[in-house]
Design a protein around this ligand. Structure first.
Ligand code: NDP
Length: 386
């Protein structure tokens, strides 16, 4: 019987919600690329419930306990005295979410000899040391596509919020003011601007597609060129070199994974290639940007605004400079964990568990590491350090 250790973010401060703002969420059966949404045998939750916090338990308890497995759910994940570190040594399966990541470092993996499966309930398994997972033959899987559209909607929201100066204007309302000039002294139209996506996979392409009706000029860079049909449909300009794209963009959205090649990629030197007054939106991973270089760029006016929902570490400490830097539109890491997204990634986590426990193959598109090497989606999108 397996011991499953699941790390989720804490419940709302007012407690687990007795009711929700809406009674239903749309049923999505197929993602834009034709991939089917998760197909577990059944689920023990109502789509639209809060599943990603401790009391939500990703809706897994009944399923696992009925089969005789043990489920431990905690949000206490940092330090040697944490529940996570205490429970890890005899754990078979770890489940974690990028929003509240249980960092599976090489040191922690070395302390978990029974660990065979690490599931990311969501997308982005950079909180797992993939080289250590490869060395110890731990399978790493994530619920590919489950929240890609959720994130792309957040990106579009953040671009508009920055360019139109929404957040300071909203704050004038709260303060009781009617300060139109203060609101508009940094407010522009997005129309006609050049918007570039650094990375054009599931999220990047969805962002570009959503921005097309705004009559902007769309650019992208990626390791591989998109099919000509998509380039033509969206009117895209491809740049082999990131620097060349940055020099022409008014708005840049980062949509690439964090791996050895992309860590601290947006440093002083790269940001210096951007147009003065450009906006940068990063919902990919905090560590793709050099933290202090972003602060400097906002303070000097090199960047007109920065927004995103990803930080390092997570949760960000109260004195993280991105909380207080000028002209930012940051949120906690929430774009990929809307109630709509949770229903999909909770179902996908269950699908992966059902496959694993019944010794059936896990969908290739969910795999990051398997049989001691990068596999499936991981082989395409990540690069191992070694
Ligand atoms: P995809 O794998 O579909 O797309 C990522 C793209 O980035 C791929 O096309 C990949 O290229 C490209 N890429 C990788 N490395 C580089 C590089 N060095 N230079 C240029 N392009 C590169 O991933 P998604 O779109 O689904 O997600 C992107 C990231 O967003 C995730 O890795 C995750 O970190 C983050 N994310 C954030 C969420 C949130 O809640 N904020 C939720 C979900 C994801 P190719 O594959 O062609 O090699």
């Amino acid at each position: 019987m397996a011991k499953v250790l699941c790390v989720l973010y804490p419940d709302p401060i007012a407690g687990y919600p007795p009711q929700y703002a809406r009674d239903d969420i749309p049923a999505i059966e197929v993602y834009p690329n034709g991939q089917k949404t998760p197909t577990p045998s059944t689920v023990d939750f109502r789509p639209g419930e809060l599943l990603g916090c401790v009391s939500g338990e990703l809706g897994l308890r009944k399923f696992l306990e009925e089969r005789g497995h043990t489920l431990i759910v905690t949000s206490d994940k940092e330090g040697v005295g944490s529940v996570f570190e205490r429970e890890l040594p005899d754990t078979d399966i770890v489940i974690s979410q990028p929003f509240w990541p249980a960092y599976l470092t090489a040191e922690r993996i070395a302390k978990a000899p029974k660990l065979k499966l690490a599931i990311t309930a969501g997308i982005g398994s950079d909180h797992v040391d993939l080289d250590a997972a490869i060395a110890k033959d731990i399978t790493v899987a994530e619920v590919t596509f489950s929240n890609s559209i959720s994130v792309s909607e957040h990106v579009v929201m953040m671009i508009l919020a920055l360019v139109r100066n929404y957040i300071p204007s909203y704050q004038w309302v709260i303060k009781g003011g009617w300060n139109i000039a203060d609101c508009v002294e940094r407010s522009y139209d997005l129309e006609g601007m050049t918007v570039g996506s650094a990375g054009a996979g599931r999220i990047g392409t969805a962002v570009l597609r959503r921005l097309k009706p705004f009559d902007v000029k769309l650019h992208y860079t990626d390791r591989y060129k998109l099919p000509v049909a998509i380039e033509q449909e969206l009117g895209l300009t491809f740049h082999e070199d990131l620097g060349s794209m940055l020099s022409v963009c008014d708005v840049v959205t980062i949509n690439m994974p964090l791996h050895a090649e992309t860590k601290h990629l947006f440093n002083d030197a790269l940001i210096a290639k951007m147009k003065r007054g450009a906006y940068l939106v990063n919902t990919a991973r905090g560590n793709i940007c050099d933290r202090d270089a972003v602060v400097r760029a906002l303070e000097t006016g090199r960047l007109a605004g920065y927004a995103g929902d990803v930080w390092y570490p997570q949760p960000a400490p109260p004195d993280h400079p991105w909380r207080s830097m000028p002209h930012h539109g940051m949120t906690p890491h929430m774009s990929g964990t809307s109630l709509s997204a949770q229903a999909r990634y909770a179902a996908g986590t269950r699908e992966i568990l059902e496959c694993w426990l019944d010794r059936k193959p896990i969908r290739d598109e969910y795999l990051i590491v398997a049989s001691g090497k990068l596999a499936g989606t991981g082989a395409h999108s990540y690069s191992a350090k070694t």
